[in-house]
Ligand binder design. Structure first.
Ligand code: TYD
Length: 254
């Protein structure tokens, strides 16, 4: 494959032109950031793990009929995806109170919610991704009412799949974020799960011990982030269970 043109540089991923029109290559970096880029580090192996984990989740979603932008993994750090128009929203689903919700409402982290709650943040780093009501989204034309109904139902289906998958390996899915893209087939629009699904954008707690296995390990200085992600990958069978993580050389199943 010819060397590709970089079209976007993100915090944890770079995007390159794909080999065919309508495709993009996502390159997963080892960079970690939190607090809207205030805290930064390079966590060796994180990009490799997230590439594999995101592939695992996207393929799982496709298997149960949930559309995604994912085409195939290309190598350790890259995956081929369909080019989509990203809706500028962080679609967040919560099963337990944590993070900004716990803070905003003075709730104890880990409080079970009466039902999954879907909320939206406007994707804008300069503003710190502010929470926005559906009313704003529709009024400002970021998405239509029909889009929003479709997005909520997509988000809840993703939640069912992810929560069930995690529960099966002894992990509680506290909350997560997805991004949604528009795909055009001539004049016909489809909404698909885009970006990535990885422990960078989920809260994952061990069911037995409550140990955090997600980016909060980095945000809150709770230990080794690569150990936490390796544990998630091993439990899901994405890494063989007998691998002891060595920061320089994650061992992966092909
Ligand atoms: P939230 O508690 O709103 O924010 P924070 O992570 O700053 O405490 O986040 C809810 C979930 O969504 C959490 O798993 C992190 C994820 N998320 C992202 O991955 N990116 C984002 O820009 C936002 C707002 C949330």
């Amino acid at each position: 494959m010819a060397r590709r043109k970089k079209i976007y540089e993100g915090k944890a991923k770079d995007l390159f032109e794909g080999p065919e029109p309508g495709t993009i290559v996502q390159y997963f970096k080892d960079n970690a950031s939190a607090g809207n880029g205030e805290k930064k580090a390079v966590i060796e192996g994180k990009g490799v793990l997230n590439n594999r984990l995101s592939e695992f989740f996207m393929l799982g979603l496709q298997q149960i009929g949930i559309p995604t932008h994912f085409i195939k993994r290309l190598n350790m750090r890259e995956q081929l995806v369909r080019q989509v128009e990203i809706i500028p929203l962080e679609v967040i689903v919560r099963n337990y109170a944590a993070g900004t919700m716990a803070k905003r409402l003075g709730m104890e982290e880990g409080t079970a919610l009466p039902r999954p709650i879907v909320e939206f943040s406007y994707k804008n780093d300069d503003l710190g991704d502010p929470l926005v009501p559906e009313e704003y989204i529709i009024a400002f034309g970021w998405a239509s009412q029909q889009d929003m109904d479709d997005i909520v139902s997509l988000a809840l289906r993703v939640n069912d799949f992810l929560a069930g998958t995690m529960y099966g390996v002894g992990i509680k899915l506290v909350d997560f974020k997805i991004e949604i893209g528009r795909l055009w087939d001539n004049d016909f629009q489809r909404l698909v799960v885009a970006d990535e699904i990885s422990p960078d954008s989920c809260r994952l707690w061990d069911i037995e011990t409550g140990q955090k296995l997600d980016k909060d390990v980095f945000r809150r200085d709770l230990g080794s982030l690569s150990d936490a992600y390796t544990e998630v990958a091993k439990r899901l069978g994405v890494l063989p269970s007998n691998v002891t993580h060595t920061p320089h050389k994650p061992t992966l199943i092909n």
